[in-house]
Design a protein around this ligand. Structure first.
Ligand SMILES: O=C(O)CCC(=O)C(=O)O
Ligand SMILES: [Fe+2]
Length: 619
């Protein structure tokens, strides 16, 4: 196995292999059907995953996730007990399965069978639906970025909200009726379970529903064909789900595992049961009362394929609220908020004047975002590409840019030329004549980026400009952004570390609502590198060599913590404080050692007068 794992990082042409796989449009089912006996190298998981896959590693089969009987859900006498069980399961396990629900077994079986039938059609029939960008059928959406690919294909549709939902006629006929029926049943059951979850933590039963926790739904049929080397890859990599709640059914082929303590626990599919898991947003809304737990799927070692039908529930009124954090009812002096309010979009909305500022201020080119004069000056010098495209289906790309150019006040005589140049830059010259209603997601994003850059703004804000783009278009948009950097500031938000690394001069990382760090890519890497593993460090050292920045001043000092003198440690306690220069050359503390008694003859700096540093050291 050692030889194979080394291959993961060796220099074979990984991209070429992936592209070949992608171009078959046949997913891993196609690989399995070709009769291969060993899996392509880009499926081989890194050693830290492989070590958890061997039969001797801690997969624990003696446990199973809680099973909750919903038979008497509406009986006054039984409901409190069911609420208690669900609450306990959602808190301790993050996963549970429900039995005696209202969904007929025949509906579950028909749904599973329909998705199997889709995946088991001849490759050329499925290939029509295959796309990495906005198609419904694909395999390994993140294969170009992930450390390793996984052994499953999927078919997915947005079922809600209406403006995002798939058109009925675009659902392949072979699953159409079943997908629509399943969505109805799953939504009803999820809303019933959400009521129980609300009651469990003392909320009004309808609270989650009113927040629109079931208003956004993505239905996915995951297909895990037989894998010839199941101990070298996974069916699905470890992850947590992002939304509010996930509803899952599967056939009887096992594979799903959840992280419980240090163990990966097998979830044994119970015939007729529906599995629920808490997703990240519900963990946040519930202020940590409920837990979103890591799970993964083992590569399938059975001849029979595994199928799971997963419906991801999320908020549909997210945009309306603009930000999200723990519900006020769940925050108190005894239970302070564990999570800050999500604030990326809110911050951008404040900077651009969409959301009024309630406290604090920001200056853009010397103009305060709190003053109406300042804001109108700011509007003249910024261009914005919002996270969700604001485009009109009936207008062409050309008409959009003409409209935006005249709103920006460009001289009418120049507009035609500016628009043509701009369309050429984003490679939409031909498409510019066509209505935007027929554009793919990537084309819509490119048009939005072009609109943001119109009129030579001094500050451009790009909110996740490449979300949903295939890797080639994304690289192209990176070139556009790179070229647009000259003479202006660009603030770009992204979830992709690679994108931040490629495009940014300075990177700020926001987590759970606040800015955690800011600095150049090299500085952040050097500061946080130890957490990234050997491969990442390799990368960082080569970055250091290419940027030739050996001259960074850094150092360490022993510092006594004031007031720690005692009989046992007459000279007190000290720590070693590490310091370095920040991006502007100012010295700042970057960390400290564990506390140790000051040895008798040691000379150290006494911080009695410097409360700021001593607080830091103590904290
Ligand atoms: O296939 C499964 O059992 C799990 C699927 C899953 O976790 C997901 O799609 O997020
Ligand atoms: Fe999941």
């Amino acid at each position: 196995m050692a030889a194979t794992t080394t291959d993961v990082t060796s220099s074979y042409d990984r991209i070429k292999d992936i592209q070949e796989f992608d171009h078959t449009k046949n997913g891993v089912k196609g690989l399995k059907d070709s009769g291969i006996t060993s899996i392509p190298k880009f499926f081989i998981q890194p050693p830290e995953i492989l070590s958890t896959l061997s039969p001797t590693s801690q997969s624990n089969t003696s446990n199973n996730i809680p099973v909750i009987d919903l038979e008497n859900i509406n009986s006054q006498a039984h409901r409190p007990k069911i609420v208690e069980q669900i609450k306990e399961a959602a808190r301790e396990w993050g996963f549970f399965q429900v039995i005696n629900h209202e969904i007929p077994i025949s509906v579950m079986e028909e749904t599973i069978q329909a998705f199997i039938s889709f995946h088991e059609q001849p490759g050329e029939v499925k290939a029509k639906y295959y796309s990495r960008e906005n198609g419904s059928y694909s395999s390994n959406i993140d294969v170009y970025h992930a450390k390793a690919a996984t052994w499953h294909d999927y078919l997915k549709f947005w079922m809600a909200p209406e403006e995002q939902a798939v058109k009925v006629e675009d659902i392949p006929e072979i699953v159409r009726k079943e997908a629509i029926a399943w969505d109805g049943f799953a939504k009803k059951l999820a809303e019933d379970v959400m009521e129980l979850l609300c009651e469990g933590i003392g909320l009004e039963s309808s609270r989650f529903k009113e927040l629109s926790c079931s208003g956004n739904r993505l239905l996915v049929g995951n297909y895990y064909p037989y894998c010839p080397q199941p101990n070298l890859t996974l069916g699905l990599a470890p992850h947590t789900d992002a939304g509010t709640i996930t509803v899952l059914i599967s056939n009887q082929v096992s594979g799903l595992q959840i992280k419980h303590g240090e163990d990966w626990v097998d979830v044994k599919p119970l015939p007729g049961a529906v599995i629920f898991n808490i997703a990240d947003l519900l963990q946040i809304i519930s202020n940590g009362e409920y837990n979103s737990v890591q799970h993964r799927v083992r590569a399938n070692s059975c001849e029979e394929a595994r199928i799971s039908i997963t419906e991801f529930f999320n908020l549909s009124k997210w945009k309306e609220y603009g930000s999200f954090g723990p519900l006020p009812e769940l925050v108190s002096a005894e239970k302070p908020a564990l999570y800050l309010v999500f604030a990326k979009t809110t911050s951008i909305n404040c900077l651009t004047g969409i959301t009024p500022v309630t406290s604090g201020d920001a200056l853009i080119d010397g103009n305060s975002i709190r003053s109406s004069v300042g804001m109108s000056n700011i509007r003249r010098i910024i261009g914005v590409c919002p996270q969700f495209d604001i485009l009109w289906n009936a207008l062409s790309g050309h008409e959009h840019l003409e409209l935006f150019a005249s709103i920006r006040g460009l001289p009418p005589a120049t507009i035609k030329l500016v628009v043509e140049k701009s369309l050429a830059e984003v490679k939409l010259t031909e498409a510019g004549k066509v209505r935007a209603g027929s554009y793919s997601g990537g084309m819509r994003r490119r048009l939005s980026v072009a609109a943001a850059l119109l009129g030579d703004p001094k500050l451009v804000i790009l909110d996740e400009p490449t979300t949903g783009m295939d890797p080639i278009t994304r690289r192209h948009v990176w070139d556009i952004i790179e070229n647009a950097k000259k003479g202006r500031a660009i603030v770009l938000t992204t979830h992709s570390m690679e994108e931040a690394d490629v495009l940014s001069d300075r990177i700020g990382i926001m987590a759970k609502g606040s800015l955690r760090c800011i600095g150049t890519s090299i500085r952040l890497k050097s500061r946080f590198a130890s957490k990234c593993g050997a491969e990442r460090r390799e990368h960082i050292f080569s970055d250091f060599r290419t940027h030739n920045i050996w001259s960074i001043t850094s150092g360490a000092r022993f510092v006594t913590i004031p007031g720690t003198e005692s009989g046992e440690n007459p000279r007190g306690i000290m720590v070693e404080v590490y310091w370095e220069q920040d991006d502007y050359g100012a010295l700042c503390i970057s960390g400290h050692s564990a506390e140790i008694p000051v040895p008798p003859k040691m000379a150290s700096i006494d911080l009695k007068s410097n409360t700021k540093i001593s607080n830091f050291v103590k904290g």
